[in-house]
Structure formats: structure tokens, C-alpha cells
Design a protein around this ligand. Structure first.
Ligand code: GAP
Length: 531
């Protein structure tokens, strides 16, 4: 699939626009247009319906079914700065960046790759931001230019090893930066905290500074006690939240995949430590199935367990659900969602202070004065089981999904071009549940009472479904316009409608048409959306 075509469709048909476009745009920020907002809202609603309000799942635990409750929450974006100190984000939520003194560009250290090239008795690390075959070709072109060679003299360059990350390189004076013409222009890597800082109140000093949340999860942890005390939930249970998060990404890219403002759909699932491994496995499998049920093909989706070295300092296990986005080199996958076993790290940190790992244990990190480096709330966030009389800090399983990455994956998966009678049909094969418009209603021609009849059907269906009325242009063109925005059904009022009160019902994917009575339309659409 050609990503440029999807990006242009998204703009042309009103799915996605660059933020502040009339002022030249702002890198890493995106706006959803009229169709995009419906698509993303449907994805978020499907998630909320399947995971929270409509969930009715049981986990078989030791042979006995174990019910679990799911509740929602909606927390503020700006929270007490101590939240981020105890969560670890203040000290640890950073990427390493390198600057190029020549091009004035900034790169994420781990995203620059390159190859050692040898020619004219010089050994140079040729860097690029691309991966795979594209990266190899780019380094060849750059090397030819650097060594002042013609394309046909490529064999004069010998290559020492494959593309490797800049992270493995120490000889920065031998590096030719991705956009540089001379050697040694990249600075050594520096830490860069990804949290956006802001000022709360009118005083404006450092003591008034706060952060835009980089994840929705912490709002859930700091409200754990409030939810337990107010809603009578019993462990095991989950608290879910959908909301905006902000990260000052060094290199936002790949359309909405890496943005600076994005939406997350997160669940913090609290359970007894002795059952946490079971629940971890349960959520891994359940979340993977959610994507395939909504239409992502399992050949492009993978569930990948993190290696031990990849795990966060608190995590006892993490798996990513990854999708083979078309903008990635063949064989590479991008993260859609992480499912992490967080143990008792978060609640304990918010009780006692920021934790660090010491051997197998998590202990409160000490400052130079021997006191906790970042003090916790001091509140007792343990859970009390009134039947067993046990008091304990629950373990947490966290399925954390990105709503924008999900939306992008569903769009990529849905995009098809096919030849029909010498014409190219562009079609978005979106699952009807998430399609922005469920049905379009057309009068075949604008006479003989057809527009009035079609308008009446439109008015009736609109009370329950997102539908669209179109009476402009040839019927074939109207079908195509709906196909490329993923509308599953087109309903046409024609000459026969006046005689027998039936309309044609055309299926986007099979192109089959059947006649159905007007009074059956609502039920047919309901069935379609349940499938
Ligand atoms: N609370 C855990 C957490 O935030 P994460 O892996 O950093 O974990 C979870 O983020 C999900 O949020 C990712 O799998 C991804 O879908 C989405 N996400 C993270 N950073 C993003 C970005 N810069 N742009 C778009 N989505 C992002």
C-alpha cells in the first residue's frame, strides 16, 4: 500500500489535517476532520463498550470463573508535579538526542543508523534516518557524494558491516550526519525530557511549574483509593481512561504515528499478587483479539514479548501488540499497544516515594541527604479484603493503547485499490462498527418523488445511525465517493420504490445489490453493526 495515497485521501476527504495548516503547520500535531473525528470516536467507543460498559468476560481461575468489574474515570491533564516525581517521569522519561552543527537538525540518538564505508583510505560512518533497503541505498548515494565518486564507481567503496544504530558508535568525528556534508558535525548525545512544561497561576516562577501528562495512567493510580472507597469495586477490577497525553517527541513522524499530542486508551487492572501472572496472560490475549475482531489482519499484527533488557525498571513482563505499518521497512513493526505487568510499583511509589530497583527488590530512592529523593503522598493505598481480612498492595496489569495509532492502523488495513471495468475503485474496507458513515441514501434521479422519499428515509435512519444523503451526480460516482470513505451500505430509492416500497441495498465489499423493504432498513443496519 502506498502511504502517500492514504495521506492524500485523508486530507482530500476530511479525515486528517495538519494542525494550524494555514500558518504552515506545527510539526507533531494533527487535527481530525469531519470523517476522521467520527472514525476515531467510533474506535474509542468500541473500546469503551467492549472493555468497560459492555464487558462480560470471565477468567477461569483455578477451575472457578472469576468475574471482574470495570469502571471508568476522567482525570485532569495537569496534575500535582509530585505525581511525575514519584512515577519516575521527572527523572527518567527522556530520550537521548544529537544535534547537527551543520544542518541545525536534531535527531533521536537511537533513530540514526549508518554503515562504515571505506574508500580513498578514509573510513567514514555514513548516517541516515531511514532503515532497511531505503537506508542502504541512501548511505550508498551519500557515500558516493562524500568520496566524490560517480555512480558507476560504487565498487571502489567497501562496506564494513550492515546498518547499525548510532548508539553503538563512539567515534563521532568520523560520522557523516544524516543531513551533513562534512564529518564530525553531530554533538555527543544529550538527555532530553519529553514532558511539556507549563506554568500554573499568575506568579510564573519555577515553583509554579507543572507538566502536561505524558500518560493517562498516573491519574488512575492517584485515584485508586477514591474509586475503591466510592464505588464498592472489589479486587480484581479495572479502571479505564481515555484522554489526551503529551510528549515533546524529538522527531515526530510517520503521519500521526509519533505525535506530540495524542490520545491514549488505558486500563489499570488491579489484582491480587498471586493471580497477576494469570491476569497478565488474559489481557495480552484479549487485547490482541480486540484488534483482529475489528478487522486488523493477523498477518500484519504481532504480539511480541519484551526481552528482559527491554523491560522498564519496574516491569515483571511486557508484551507489545505491533502492526506492520506500510511506512516501515518490510519486516518491521510499530507499537499499537503495550500490555505491562507493573507489579506494585505505581501504588507503592505514590505511597512511599520514587522507587528504584535494588537486586530483586524495589526500594525508595535516597537523595544525597539520605532522605527519600522524591517523597510519596504518605497515604495508605493498600487494599483491604474484608472477607480474608488481608491488607495488601495490589498488582497492576496495564493494557495501554494509542487511539491515534489504532485509527492509523485501521485506515492502513482498510485501504484497497481495485480495477473494475477499466476504472480504479478506491475502497476503505473498514469494519462497519468503526466506519464514519454507516449508510448513504440516494435518489436514483431527481424526479418522480424519489428525492422526497430518500430524504424521508434519511431523516428516519439519522435518529439512530450516522447516515449521509447525496443526490449529486451519476449514481456510479456517488457509490465511488462512499466507497473511498468506507461507507458499508448504499441505499437507493428508484422507480420500483413507488410501487412496492422497496429500495436497493448495495454492499461496499461484495458490490452485491438486493431489494429490501423500507421498514426493514433499521433492523438490517442493526444486524450489520453487530456482526
Ligand atoms: N502508561 C504506559 C504508557 O504510556 P507507552 O508505551 O509509552 O506506555 C502507550 O504508550 C501507547 O500510547 C503506545 O502503545 C502508543 O499507541 C501510544 N503512544 C505513545 N507515544 C505516542 C506518540 N508519540 N504518538 C502517538 N501515540 C503514542
Amino acid at each position: 500500500m502506498d502511504m502517500d495515497k492514504l495521506v492524500s485521501l485523508c486530507k482530500r476527504r476530511g479525515f486528517l489535517f495538519q494542525s494550524s495548516e494555514i500558518y504552515g503547520g506545527l510539526n507533531g500535531f494533527w487535527d481530525y476532520g469531519p470523517l476522521g473525528v467520527e472514525l476515531k470516536r467510533n474506535i474509542k467507543e468500541a473500546w469503551w463498550q467492549d472493555m468497560i460498559s459492555g464487558h462480560n468476560e470471565l477468567l477461569i481461575s483455578d477451575g472457578a470463573p472469576c468475574e471482574h468489574q470495570m469502571v471508568g474515570i476522567d482525570c485532569s491533564i495537569i496534575m500535582h508535579p509530585q505525581v511525575w516525581k514519584c512515577s519516575g517521569h521527572y527523572d527518567l522519561f527522556h530520550d537521548f538526542m544529537v544535534d547537527c552543527k551543520e544542518s541545525k537538525k536534531r535527531y533521536r540518538h537511537d533513530q540514526v543508523r549508518g554503515r562504515w564505508a571505506l574508500a580513498k583510505e578514509q573510513r567514514v560512518f555514513i548516517a541516515t534516518q531511514s532503515g532497511g533497503d531505503e537506508g542502504l541505498q541512501e548511505t550508498e548515494q551519500k557515500a558516493l557524494k562524500f568520496f566524490n565518486l560517480r555512480a558507476k564507481s560504487l565498487e571502489e567503496i567497501s562496506w564494513d558491516g550492515p546498518l547499525v544504530s548510532l548508539v553503538t558508535i563512539t567515534d563521532f568525528d568520523k560520522v557523516l550526519g544524516p543531513d551533513a556534508k562534512i564529518l564530525g558535525t553531530l554533538t555527543p548525545p544529550r538527555e532530553f525530557n519529553l514532558m511539556f512544561k507549563t506554568i500554573v497561576g499568575a506568579m510564573g516562577g519555577e515553583e509554579s511549574s507543572a507538566f502536561l501528562r505524558p500518560e493517562t495512567a498516573q491519574g488512575i493510580f492517584v485515584n485508586f483509593k477514591n474509586v475503591v472507597d466510592s464505588s464498592r469495586v472489589k479486587i480484581p477490577f479495572g479502571i479505564a481512561q481515555i484522554g489526551k497525553s503529551f510528549r515533546n517527541e524529538i522527531t515526530p513522524r510517520n503521519f500521526t504515528f509519533r505525535s506530540r499530542e495524542f490520545e491514549q486508551m488505558e486500563i489499570e487492572f488491579f489484582c491480587h499478587p498471586s493471580q497477576s501472572s494469570q491476569w497478565y496472560k488474559y489481557w495480552r490475549d484479549r487485547r490482541y483479539k480486540w484488534y483482529t475482531d475489528l478487522g486488523l489482519s493477523s498477518s500484519r499484527l504481532q504480539l511480541r514479548d519484551h526481552h528482559k533488557e527491554e523491560l522498564s525498571h519496574y516491569s515483571c513482563g511486557t508484551a507489545d501488540i505491533e502492526y506492520a505499518f506500510p511506512f516501515l521497512p518490510p519486516g518491521e513493526f510499530g507499537e499499537l499497544e503495550g500490555i505491562a505487568h507493573r507489579g506494585d510499583f505505581d501504588l507503592k511509589s505514590h505511597m512511599e516515594g520514587k522507587l528504584v530497583r535494588s537486586g530483586d527488590e524495589l526500594i525508595v530512592e535516597q537523595g544525597e541527604d539520605g532522605k527519600p529523593k522524591h517523597r510519596g503522598s504518605g497515604k495508605d493505598l493498600r487494599y483491604f479484603n474484608d472477607q480474608t481480612r488481608e491488607r495488601f498492595i495490589p498488582h497492576v496489569i496495564e493494557p495501554s493503547a494509542g487511539a491515534d495509532r489504532g485509527t492509523l492502523a485501521f485506515l492502513c488495513e482498510a485501504y484497497f485499490e481495485e480495477e473494475i471495468e477499466g476504472e480504479t475503485r478506491v475502497v476503505l474496507r473498514l469494519n462497519p462498527r468503526i466506519a464514519p458513515i454507516k449508510a448513504a441514501i440516494f435518489p436514483l434521479v431527481n424526479k418522480d418523488g424519489m428525492p422526497e422519499k430518500a430524504k424521508a428515509i434519511y431523516g428516519d435512519l439519522k435518529k439512530e445511525f450516522s447516515v449521509f444523503f447525496d443526490d449529486g451526480g451519476a449514481i456510479g460516482r456517488r457509490y465511488r465517493r462512499q466507497d473511498e470513505i468506507g461507507t458499508p451500505i448504499c441505499i437507493t430509492v428508484d422507480g420500483q420504490t413507488n410501487q412496492d416500497n422497496t429500495v436497493t441495498w448495495r454492499n461496499r465489499d461484495t458490490l452485491e445489490q438486493k431489494r429490501i423493504p423500507i421498514e426493514a432498513l433499521r433492523e438490517e443496519l442493526r444486524t450489520l453493526l453487530k456482526a
